[in-house]
Write a protein that binds this ligand. Structure first.
Ligand SMILES: [Zn+2]
Length: 256
């Protein structure tokens, strides 16, 4: 049905996908807010007052609309605060760009449907988890919980068997927990956090049991690459975050 209407109006597909990219870029800005506010425990009640206004963390100047345009504001000021010149990290445009790309794939794969709305809602949640895990090596329960609930809504609205997908979620979580426990025994220190297990439960709920071996292989390879990057490129020893590899594997398998 959707293909037919796109064929009738040649420019409409491009317009629709551009709209999704635009939404994705805005979701990227929201992901940055989540990634900043959740680990620093900034009260969510503040969101209702003037404190909710975004401000430069260095000079505290309240940012106006032209400072908050995804990608463009960062490019306009060449990665600096427009008021005090303090550097603004590249993670902001990177996160906005990532969310824009993910929204584009959601648009291509799912069109303008109810399940695609739940996938769009997952974008800032999972993207914030990537940033928080890279910075603090934690995966907050509030975000894992939101991902799981959105996954449940996605499975239900897609007409997939909820009970089978719920069972798949238990398989995924059980397997990753067992692998983490065995690896921990082998290396003599905890290899996996419970945050990773909760995140994997959400991924399993959505992907279903048939994707389990692919998810384990892909996330294992991603985890290996992350570990090597942390050891050799960033010269960091000890624990490294596994969340980014899990989340990117989830998106790759969902779109494939
Ligand atoms: Zn400033």
């Amino acid at each position: 049905m959707t293909d037919v209407s796109w064929g009738m109006f040649p420019g409409s597909q491009i317009f629709f996908l551009s709209f999704y990219v635009l939404i994705g870029l805005c979701l990227g800005s929201f992901a940055s807010v989540l990634a900043h506010r959740i680990p620093s425990r900034v009260s969510w009640s503040a969101l209702r007052g003037c404190n909710a206004r975004s401000a430069c963390p260095v000079c505290r100047h309240v940012l106006c609309w032209k400072d908050l345009i995804p990608l463009l504001s960062w490019a306009r000021t060449r990665g600096k605060c427009a008021y005090c010149g303090a550097p603004v990290g590249w993670s902001y445009p990177a996160l906005e760009g990532l969310c824009g790309i993910l929204a584009l794939f959601v648009g291509i794969g799912y069109g303008m449907t109810v399940p695609s709305l739940f996938l769009l809602a997952m974008i800032p949640v999972l993207s914030a988890m990537i940033v928080i895990d890279l910075r603090h090596q934690i995966l907050p329960d509030v975000l894992s919980g939101a991902f799981f609930l959105l996954g449940l809504a996605f499975v239900w609205s897609s007409g997939m068997p909820v009970s089978l997908h719920f069972l798949a979620s238990l398989y995924y979580a059980g397997l990753i927990y067992a692998l983490g426990w065995l690896t921990g025994r082998a290396v003599g220190k905890p290899a996996l956090g419970m945050g990773d297990v909760k995140l994997v439960a959400g991924a399993g709920l959505i992907l279903g049991a048939q994707a389990l071996p692919f998810f384990m292989c892909l996330s294992g390879a991603g985890g290996l690459v992350t570990g090597l990057l942390f050891m050799y490129a960033l010269k960091k020893t000890g624990c490294f975050p596994f969340g980014p590899a899990l989340i990117l594997s989830f998106w790759v398998l969902l779109f494939l």
